[in-house]
Design a protein around this ligand. Structure first.
Ligand SMILES: [Zn+2]
Length: 204
């Protein structure tokens, strides 16, 4: 499918509204792994896609002690009953892993994104990347990168148009309006990017 100029403009608008790149997966492979972008304190400081822990099976109160919540899973109830906290009865509620779940292409089942996490050092659990194909794609095609690609397409289309007009100068039907259209798209894309970058921290 060939993108029309309007398609490109629509996608440029999406890029201009989104948080600028670079994007990357960061976190801890023993816990939460989330998609982050540039923020106040560093390139991967701002949370873009995260997960919050669901209601735990048990809660602990200062005066009431241990409370079994109505939604507690059978494994947590067993673990509490047998005082087995070392993993024979792992929690059955996936949200309690406190991470993002992605579809494993083989077989097609949901698994914790931690399975594709790349550790910063083999002995530390800090995450510097995630190799799951969909996760890698999301991080690689951050809005800044995609915008640059789209602007490149607009520029090349403008150059191709100009070249075609030059080659066909005798019978050329290239009009000023069409030339202005090509230049206008490029300028709008560039201005949109500039406006977005003036306020990078507005969503914090
Ligand atoms: Zn549980």
């Amino acid at each position: 499918m060939r993108l029309s100029d309007e398609d490109i403009e629509d996608r440029l608008n999406v890029c201009n509204e989104a948080t600028p790149g670079p994007w990357g997966w960061r976190g801890n492979d023993n816990g939460l792994v989330e998609l982050r972008g540039p923020g106040h304190f560093g390139p991967y400081d701002r949370r873009l896609i995260s997960a919050v822990r669901g209601e735990p099976c048990f809660t602990y109160g200062d005066y009431v002690g241990v409370v079994e919540n109505p939604s507690a899973c059978e494994n947590c109830i067993k673990a509490w009953a047998t005082r087995d906290y070392d993993g024979e009865y792992p929690c059955l509620k996936p949200e309690n892993l406190n991470t993002i779940w992605v579809t494993d292409p083989d077989p097609m089942v949901l698994r914790p994104i931690n399975q594709w996490a790349v550790r910063e050092r083999h002995y530390r659990s800090n995450i510097i990347d995630v190799t799951h194909p969909d996760a890698a794609h999301i991080a690689a095609y951050d809005p800044t990168t995609v915008r640059e690609m789209l602007l490149e397409i607009l520029m090349l289309r403008g150059m191709a148009y100009t070249a075609a007009c030059a080659l066909d100068s005798v019978t050329s039907d290239c009009t000023d309006a069409e030339t202005n259209h090509h230049v206008g798209l490029l300028v709008k894309g560039l201005l949109g990017a500039a406006n977005r970058q003036e306020t990078p921290d507005e969503r914090r």
